[in-house]
Write a protein that binds this ligand. Structure first.
Ligand SMILES: Cc1cc2nc3c(=O)[nH]c(=O)nc-3n(C[C@H](O)[C@H](O)[C@H](O)COP(=O)(O)OP(=O)(O)OC[C@H]3O[C@@H](n4cnc5c(N)ncnc54)[C@H](O)[C@@H]3O)c2cc1C
Length: 303
């Protein structure tokens, strides 16, 4: 089956990459190749692509910025569909809401809200994902989460039909949503915000960015917090107390700066990262009796 031939009936050649290293599309900068990696720019294009994939029984995986993803070293069979091209941003008619395509970066969304003096998204300014990935994960920081500002979400099913779910129907939980549990492709969303003062919003965003720079190892590739926060605990504290800060497997390391971050010092493989994750989980369980659960989504095949 010639993947390029199938895909070029739907997409321009420059948006079709075959045998594409996922290390180039994940913030961990690790992982094997996708058989094909394509970028779509509209719901219409996505519908046609899904139909073409379905006709050939091609499995599909959706990604945003790969900032919460670990792709195993054997890569991903089938098609990886990146929605970063769906990145339109508009104000709603009443001026207090924003409609965003799912590939819009959360940074661009938060900056757009600030520039229109709309409050409620400052927390998202430093989260390096997209609207789609953020909604799947109910991304959050500094006391805010997308759940708190989501009016509605457009979700496409495998047959190309689109449903509009309310914020409530998204059934958001901690780093969780109905789309994460049941599947579907988020193509866009509407956020409900409040009128505020542009300069005040800008100041809050700058303060939060400074906190990140101070506390997080932003100079190394990572996927942010590797583990979820166990109820009643902080993952980083448990990891630190179990003596794992600085622990290494190959070039995968538990950050010296923030023990909740697993960083890639240069040439870590996905198997180094997974081996280190397992060692940390075992040590934390032995030390404190708490089982850590990965926040990072792990995809693909082992070598
Ligand atoms: C330095 C750093 C700091 C971070 N800080 C935070 C933080 O403060 N708070 C936080 O919550 N997260 C944080 N993260 C993690 C990450 O940025 C978020 O989880 C983000 O929302 C993931 O978005 P993404 O577009 O990169 O999704 P991806 O990593 O590409 O995908 C994540 C999951 O969502 C699925 N997915 C992606 N897009 C869609 C779509 N449109 N429809 C259906 N499924 C989809 C993927 O298949 C995958 O299962 C951080 C990461 C890094 C590297």
């Amino acid at each position: 089956m010639d993947l390029r031939e199938i895909l070029s009936a739907v997409l321009p050649a420059e948006r079709i990459l075959t045998d594409e290293p996922m290390s180039a599309h994940t913030t961990f900068r690790a992982g094997g190749c996708a058989d094909a990696f394509v970028t779509v720019q509209s719901e219409k294009e996505l519908t046609r692509l899904l139909a073409a994939a379905r006709a050939k029984y091609l499995p599909c995986v959706i990604v945003g910025r790969g900032s919460n993803l670990l792709v195993r070293d054997g890569g991903i069979r089938g098609l990886v569909i990146c929605l970063e091209g769906m990145n339109e941003l508009t104000l709603t008619e009443d001026g207090t809401g924003i409609r965003a395509g799912s590939g819009t970066s959360l940074a661009a969304l938060a900056a757009f809200a600030r520039d229109h003096a709309l409050k409620g998204l400052a927390f998202a300014g430093g989260i390096p994902g997209t609207v789609g990935g953020g909604l799947v994960m109910n991304a959050g920081a500094f006391g805010g989460e997308l759940k708190g500002v989501t009016e509605s979400v457009r979700v496409m099913d495998g047959d190309g039909s689109v449903r509009v779910l309310s914020g409530e129907e998204m059934a958001f939980g901690y780093r969780d949503s109905i789309v994460k549990r049941r599947g579907g492709i988020i193509t866009g969303a509407e956020f409900r915000l409040e009128k505020g003062d542009r300069d005040e919003i800008a100041a809050v965003m700058e303060e939060l960015a400074e906190k990140r720079r101070e506390k997080q190892p932003l100079n190394y590739p990572s996927a942010g917090s590797t583990w979820k926060r166990p109820e009643g605990y902080f993952a980083a504290k448990l990891i630190d107390e179990a003596g794992c800060r600085g622990m290494r497997v190959g070039d995968a390391q538990i950050s010296e700066k923030h023990a909740g971050f697993l960083v890639n010092l240069g040439h870590a493989t996905a198997s180094d990262i997974q081996a280190l994750m397992r060692q940390v989980e075992k040590r934390v369980l032995e030390h404190s009796g708490v089982q850590l659960t990965p926040e990072v989504v792990i995809l693909g095949e082992d070598l």
